[in-house]
Design a protein around this ligand. Structure first.
Ligand SMILES: *Cc1c(COP(=O)(O)O)cnc(C)c1O
Length: 383
């Protein structure tokens, strides 16, 4: 029984976080240029969607993701929605994603009137399995000159959205190759994976677009915020245009040439993001050191600490362990939360939510196994 290890685990986590009475899962820290930049934004009067920090944020994000362009967006969910619009996803299409993800991925697909298709994840990456993607396409898809179709539903497969779970890169090079071969636009949901790399290439840069989030629980936060990164200049241009109400630039006239969105990131949020991004390398190094401490500790317990997969460099946004089974997981969640150590199970799988219960999926064996046993443990940057 792993319950013998519950108290030592709580004790270890408490020493890591200096015996605080409550240890959150992930808390932001603002002790560098955050206050100064936000104050600058206020004093400049440019607090809304135009301003120097928005420009600077886009420059920094393009550099971090290793792409030509970045578009600042109001949050990660809106960035996912906009990326699907820019990929040409329309009502009645199907979009391939994973059941093991945060609900925003599947919601964004629904906003476009498209149906999510859930592919299983790999056990070691917790992200979309390239093998399962290939199998699904081989047995269901037909590539035509007008696009790739699902032979069984006659719907167009309009995009593929794998997710890099907790910062661990999935097998994104293989997925990118498959998507290219099947002519399916690839959008990486890299909301949790800023700064993570696969074969030394930043995640978010493998497909048509990559999406990031700067919500309060992520490694780097702007209060709320998001970004789309891309190497496609037309997508970058159209993305900026559509997120600013598709207003045709003019000194006074109001003309709009598309149905647009109010999806731009305010300058006051971008100010916070810029100050946080300056510390990204430090945050990641700090978190990787924490992951290493956890890894050593959990060697002598029945819990299995989840390491970054081969060929990858994870930002270790949230550290996770696997318990032996669902009962142990629930007992561990109860024990730790009772002791002021915040732990969380992984998300309910998407096909088990009422909105997505009739979605197509491929069996989802690994997803179910991970969902039953995974627990996230405190993962904040330690200072
Ligand atoms: C956080 C997150 C999002 C959504 O980002 P918000 O900024 O909260 O809208 C999307 N996908 C995944 C996987 C996330 O973790």
């Amino acid at each position: 029984m792993s319950t013998n290890f519950f108290q030592p685990t709580v004790d270890f986590i408490k020493t890591l976080f200096r015996d605080k009475t409550f240890i959150p899962l992930h808390e932001p820290i603002f002790n560098a240029n955050e206050k100064r930049y936000v104050l600058n934004a206020i004093e400049s009067t440019y607090v809304s969607s135009v301003g120097e920090y928005v420009n600077q944020f886009e420059k920094m994000m393009a550099e971090i993701a290793g792409t030509q362009y970045a578009i600042a967006i109001v949050n990660g969910t809106a960035a996912l929605h906009m990326s699907l619009i820019l990929a040409g996803v329309k009502t009645g299409d199907e979009v391939i994603s994973q059941a093991l993800t945060f609900v925003a991925t599947a919601n964004a697909i629904s906003y476009q009137g498209a149906s999510p298709v859930f592919i299983d994840v790999d056990n070691n990456t917790m992200g979309m399995s390239a093998n399962n993607l290939e199998l699904f396409l081989e047995s269901n898809a037909l590539k035509t000159s007008e696009g790739t179709y699902n032979k069984k539903t006659n719907k167009r497969i309009a995009a593929c959205v794998p997710m890099h779970t907790f910062g661990m890169p999935c097998e994104i090079d293989k997925i990118a190759e498959i998507c290219l071969r099947w002519n399916i636009p690839l959008i990486e949901d890299a909301a949790e994976a800023i700064g993570s790399r696969y074969r030394n290439q930043p995640v978010g840069s493998f497909g048509k677009m990559g999406v990031f989030s700067f919500n309060g629980n992520k490694i780097v936060t702007s209060g709320g915020g998001g970004a789309i990164v891309t190497n496609d200049s037309n997508i970058a241009k159209l993305g900026k245009h559509l997120t600013t109400q598709a207003k045709v630039p003019h000194r006074w006239a109001f003309n709009h040439d598309y149905v647009g969105y109010n999806y731009r990131l305010p300058n006051i949020n971008a100010a916070l993001a810029c100050a946080q991004l300056e510390q990204l390398d430090f945050f990641i190094a700090n978190k990787r050191e924490l992951a290493n401490l956890y890894s050593n500790f959990f060697k002598n317990t029945p819990f299995r600490f989840i390491h970054e997969p081969v060929h990858s460099h994870s930002n270790y946004w949230l550290c996770s362990i696997l318990t032996a089974n669902e009962e142990d997981r629930d007992a561990f969640l109860q024990f730790t939360n009772d002791q002021g150590v915040m732990t969380r199970p992984i998300w309910t799988l998407m096909h088990n939510l009422p909105m997505f219960s009739s979605s197509i999926h491929d069996g989802l064996q690994n997803s179910q196994n991970i969902a039953n046993r995974l627990v996230n443990i405190p993962s904040s940057v330690r200072i």
